[in-house]
Design a protein around this ligand. Structure first.
Ligand code: XMP
Ligand code: MG
Length: 183
C-alpha cells in the first residue's frame, strides 16, 4: 500500500520506504560486526516489528535464528496503558544467548523496560535493543537502546508494521496519522 492511496488519512510522511531500507542495511552491518562469533538470537515483538524483522534480518550476512514475543500495552487507542500483558511467550530458552530485541517503536518506553527486566531473569548472555523508531519527547522511562533507526516527533505514527486499530500496517512508509481519524 502506498501513501497516495490514503492521503486524506495522513498529515505527513516521516520516513520513506527508501530511507528505511538504507537504515536497515546500515544497522545490519553494525550488528553483523558487533555479534561476529556470538550466539545471536533476534527477538521480534509482535505485531509491529514484523516488517522491521523481515527486512532487517535479510540484510544480515549469515543465518540468524529468530523468535517472537507478543505483548500488549495498548488497547485500540493511541496511548500506552502502562500495563504489559504477555500474549505469546518465546519458544526459545534464552540461557547464554546474545539477545537482540527488534522493535518497531519506543514511545513511552514502558513496554521495553518491562521486557528487558523480564528477559534479564532468563539468563541471557547479553540483551540489546534495536528500535526502528523512537520518540524522545514521549519517554516516561529511559531505555538503553543500542541501535536506533530514526528519532521522530511525539505524534502517533502508522505504517511499516505500525497500526491504528489494526489498520495501515502494510503502508510502505512511516506516516503521521491525521488526528481526525482517531479523535
Ligand atoms: P511504549 O509506549 O510502551 O509503546 O514504548 C510500545 C508499543 O506501543 C506501540 N506504539 C505505537 N504504535 N503508532 C503505533 O502504531 C505509534 O505512534 C505508537 N507508539 C507506540 C508499538 O507497538 C510499540 O511497540
Ligand atoms: Mg502496536
Amino acid at each position: 500500500m502506498r501513501a497516495a492511496d490514503i492521503q486524506s488519512e495522513l498529515t505527513e510522511i516521516l520516513v520513506t520506504e527508501e530511507q528505511i531500507r538504507e537504515k536497515l542495511e546500515e544497522i545490519a552491518a553494525r550488528v553483523a560486526e558487533d555479534y561476529a562469533g556470538k550466539d545471536l538470537l533476534l527477538v521480534g515483538v509482535l505485531k509491529g516489528a514484523v516488517m522491521v524483522m523481515a527486512d532487517f534480518s535479510r540484510y544480515l550476512p549469515s543465518s540468524v535464528p529468530m523468535d517472537w514475543m507478543a505483548v500488549s500495552s495498548y488497547g485500540a487507542g493511541t496511548k500506552s496503558s502502562g500495563v504489559v500483558q504477555i500474549r505469546k511467550d518465546l519458544d526459545t530458552d534464552l540461557h547464554d544467548k546474545h539477545v537482540l530485541i527488534v522493535e518497531d517503536i519506543i514511545d513511552s518506553g514502558l513496554t521495553l523496560s518491562w521486557l528487558l527486566e523480564n528477559f534479564e531473569s532468563r539468563g541471557a548472555a547479553s540483551i540489546e535493543v534495536f528500535a526502528l523508531l523512537r520518540k524522545p519527547e514521549a519517554a516516561k522511562v529511559q531505555v538503553d537502546c543500542k541501535y536506533v533507526g530514526f528519532d521522530i516527533p511525539n505524534e502517533f505514527v502508522i505504517g511499516y508494521g505500525l497500526d491504528y486499530a489494526e489498520k495501515y500496517r502494510n503502508l510502505r512508509d512511516v506516516a503521521v496519522l491525521a488526528p481526525h481519524v482517531y479523535s
